[in-house]
Design a protein around this ligand. Structure first.
Ligand SMILES: [Zn+2]
Length: 179
């Protein structure tokens, strides 16, 4: 099995940051993807990041193309969430998947390994028809919490919490293949 990890956004989306400028989403996504890759590789699972570096700018179409070229069996897109124009109370973890049974099962596995383990509010499993989810392989997009909430942003910045996020994602992926 081959896992394609898709670290959301890139250096062209520096605007996706916290109001105090301390959190840049594309850097967080990249960091989590690196940690997930490390766990999966350690467990003998082949995976690859569909971008070559944290700064590399590629289109959504290219992300999907690279997953296909790499003969990926599943596609896992890694993100953090945002809401509103100023600090607010919206918080929580959620996962999006394509409207098919295998994507939904993958989403369920990652959901189960992430909550309540991460201690975030459960916003559940949702279906979406986004380009990165519209694929011939199971595809999900994980939103690891809101950087537009001050407390959650601080948690997302914490290295120990990043390790927990990556562990939960990797465990969920493992569960999908072996349970
Ligand atoms: Zn994002």
């Amino acid at each position: 099995m081959i896992i394609c990890l898709d670290a959301g956004h890139d250096a062209s989306t520096r605007g996706k940051r916290s109001f105090d400028q301390t959190f840049l989403e594309y850097q967080f996504n990249w960091q989590i993807a690196q940690l997930v890759e490390a766990y999966l590789s350690q467990w003998g699972i082949t995976c690859f990041n569909n971008r070559c570096s944290v700064e590399e700018v590629i289109s959504l179409k290219e992300r999907v193309k690279r997953a296909e070229a790499g003969k990926a069996d599943i596609f896992v897109s890694i993100h953090a969430n945002a809401f509103g124009e100023e600090w607010n109370e919206v918080t929580g973890w959620e996962i999006y998947c394509a409207a098919n049974e295998s994507s939904l099962r993958l989403a369920r596995c990652i959901h189960q390994s992430s909550l309540p383990y991460l201690g975030l509010k459960d916003r559940g499993i949702k279906q979406a028809d986004w380009m990165v989810l519209r694929q011939n392989i199971p595809a999900v997009l994980i939103e690891h919490g809101f950087y537009t909430n001050k407390i959650e942003k601080d948690r997302l910045l914490c290295h120990d919490f990043q390790i927990k996020c990556a562990w939960a994602d990797a465990k969920g992926i493992l569960k999908y293949f072996f349970d």
